[in-house]
Every structure is written in structure tokens, then in C-alpha cells.
Design a protein around this ligand. Sequence first.
Ligand code: C2O
Ligand code: CU
Length: 485
Amino acid sequence: MLTRRQFVAGAASVGTGAIIGAASARPRYTHKLGAPVEMKAGKTVSVRLTAAERPMALPCFGGRSLPMWTFADGEWPPLIRLNLGDRLEAILENRLPRANESTSIHWHGIRLPNDQDGVPYLVQPPVQPGESFHYSFTPPDAGTFFFHTHCNTVEQLGRGLEGVLIIDGDTTEPYDADMVLLLRDWQADLETGQFNSFYTLRGAARAGTYGPLRSVNGAKNPELPLPASGDCRLRVINTDPTRVMQIGVEGTEAAIIAIDGLAVQPFPLTLWSMGPAMRIDVVMRAPAEGKFARLIDKSPPDRVELAHFVGKGRPRRKTAFDPTPLRAARIPEPNLKTAERLSFLFQASDAGGALSVAYNALGAAVGSLCLSSKVFWTINGQPWPDRDHARLPPPLAVLRRGQSYVFSLKNDSPFMHPIHIHGHTFKLLRSNKQSRPEHHADTLLLLPEEQTEVAFVADNPGDWMFHCHIIEHQESGMMGYFRVA
Ligand code: C2O
Ligand code: CU
């Protein structure tokens, strides 16, 4: 039976026609966002991250061990946890088993100094096998973040070089549980115990290559115990190189309380589109003792159960669901009156467009075509010149430090593109295809032919990547950078 609240939410998303709405703008919960905290200097947290091949038998590999590349012994994914104000000292050591397989770490979504951003050639030398690199920074925002390699990303991330970064200090009251749910697929062949190829021409020119093996924290549809009838914080992170999901919860009530790590006024979670690198923090009322709720991906054509939750123990809460919000982040507010406007067009290159059309017409037979270009995507007509970062093109734009900008992002293609900005966070202003509550994001999903406007203050000096987070798109041209000077 639907509660009134679920009914209203459902009706709202049906009524919006062409606009895909995750929720109507009408507030349904009574608690207001908490006031931001003043950051105080904290302790120093030191970690050592050694990139190496570690054969691992994740539960979703069904007893097979695969040659994963990871940052740490033992558990996957590794988790780094700090308090707001703490300084992270991370030593990355490259012990990858292949000559010239350089690596680096990008701290996704963290507004940090440019030389800590982990982009090889642009801001640091690539870390060669046998070498190491010392990262040191104090994250300015609390919330749910992650980190990953920024070198040969399609393979290195494909094999597992990533981890979760949580900055505590954003709660107003404790939740009854706090759980990370890292969603991603594996390009794994369980017959041979090897990975499939991480990059295909068809995938690069179209929607990307989806992995056949789906997982949550390395397990297929795990059963996750939660305190019965508790309000539980779920940190849902899509780190898949390719897959766009439509995340929902069945069997209970849930609300989104943060997007890309940053608090939002809580609103009901009906379905939320999550492209690669996107995060949501959810508060979910856990099922009663012995009862179940489900995390699902409803992207057409399937409904896939990603994980299920079972309530354990005495009931924690009896009042109607009214989720406790987080504390607002301190993001500089762009001045829309004085903002300068810049437009970015995300498009297929001539070769990419032709290849995509050819796959439509010929299917697999395209594999025999001779390709003169490996560049399938462009930003403002400019492709990143090759899959590596060694040859740097000129910046897409030079921004004035301290100036507010409105970026108009237009997807001129029939595929989705999760567009990621380094070193800053966008404030979403409007879109011609999706209606979403006001929020900040470091990665914004552009639907086919969507045009979105975002604003931010260019307050962080340096060269900042700006790219699609479908890694095959990123590595076939849809990548650039802008300079804040
Ligand atoms: Cu998470 Cu440049 O990427
Ligand atoms: Cu893309």
C-alpha cells in the first residue's frame, strides 16, 4: 500500500511530462538544513597507498580470483576517513606490474590546491613504477567522496584502483547506521578468471562498454543488516567507469540528504539518475525486524536489485519518517548578476559520429573498418589529442580568479555524459530536460540533447580538468581543462 507521501511523489513525477523529475520542489519534511560548521584545524591522518596487482576473490567473482589492481592489501575498496579540519598525508607508491604503467591519484570532488589534484602532466609528473608521490591537503568540505587513478583510467579503474574518502563533521544528530554502498561493474570473465578488454570502439563511440558483473561493495546483491526501524545513512557511490543507473529504494521510505558529498534540503528519493562518479547520501528508514527493503537500479529496460536490507533487533524509531538533515557546506555563492557566461558543447567528432552510425547499421561488422582517427568526442569542437595526458592541448577557457561564471553545458549527442569539474563544485541553475531540487554537484549528468546551466565562483587557481566521466568517452576525446588565473 502506498503512503500518502509516496503517492504524492509518484504523481509529481508522472505529471511533469518531458521533464524527468526526481521530486517536486514542494518540501515534505519539517527539518531544515543544519548551519555550516566553522572548520577548525584537526589532526593529521597518514596513509600509504601502494598501487599493485593483488589477485582478489571478491564475493561477486563467485570463487574466482581476478588480477585486480588496488591501492591497499586486504579489503576492497579501501576507506580513508577524516574529520573536517584534518589534514591527509597520503603516500602513493607505484608497484604496478608493467613497465611504463604510470599512475596518480585524483581526489574526486575535493576542492583542494591544484598541485594535489592528481592529473598527470597537467599538475604533477606521472608516478612511474618504483616511484612515489606525496599528497598533502586538508579537505574543505565534509561528506562522501572517493579517489581514483587518473592514468590509463579505463584499465586502472577497471581493475579496481579506487577508494572511498569520507570526511566526517556534517551531521546534526547521529543516524542509526552509516554505510557505504559502492556500486560498480566488473569487466570480468569468470570462465577464464581474466578481465575483458576495458575499451571497445563500439563503447567509446556510443554509450560505453557495460561490465557484465554488477556489484555493491564487491558483492552481488548482498544482504545488509541494519538496525530495525532505524534511520540509516547510506552513502551511495557510483564508481563504475560506464554505467548510468536510476537508483531507488523499495519497501521503505528514503530521502536524499546530500549530492556529490554536499548537503541538500532532504527530499524524497523516488528515482535518482546517477552517472559514473556521482554520489548521493540517503537516509532510509530500515525495515522492521526480519523485514526487507531493496536498493534497485530501474534504468530501462531492467529492474535490477543491487542489494537488500534486513532489519535487526529492537525497533529504533516509531515516529513518522522525517529525516534528520546534514549541515550545509560552505560553498562560495556565485553572483549571477555579474557572472560571465561561457558555453560548452559536448559533441561527437566526425569519426565518432560516423562510427556510431555505422554500428547502428552494421552492428559487429564495423570491427573490420579501418579507422583513421581514435578521437570520437569533442568539447567545443576540441578533442583531447590522445588517451594519455602527455600532449596538452590549450585550455578550453581562461577564467579570472574570484569571478563568478555561468556555464551553459549542451549535450549535442544521443548519448548521456556525466560531466565532471575538478577543483570546484557547480551550483545547478536550470535544465531543459530534468527538474531537480537546488543542489551542488561536481559531476552532472547530461541527458541526450540536454542543456543545463550551472554557476560557480572560479576561486581556485590552477589548471582544472573538465571531462566526461564515462571513461571511454574521456579517453576518446571528451576531456579538456580550464585555467583559473
Ligand atoms: Cu573522477 Cu578527472 O575525475
Ligand atoms: Cu560522455
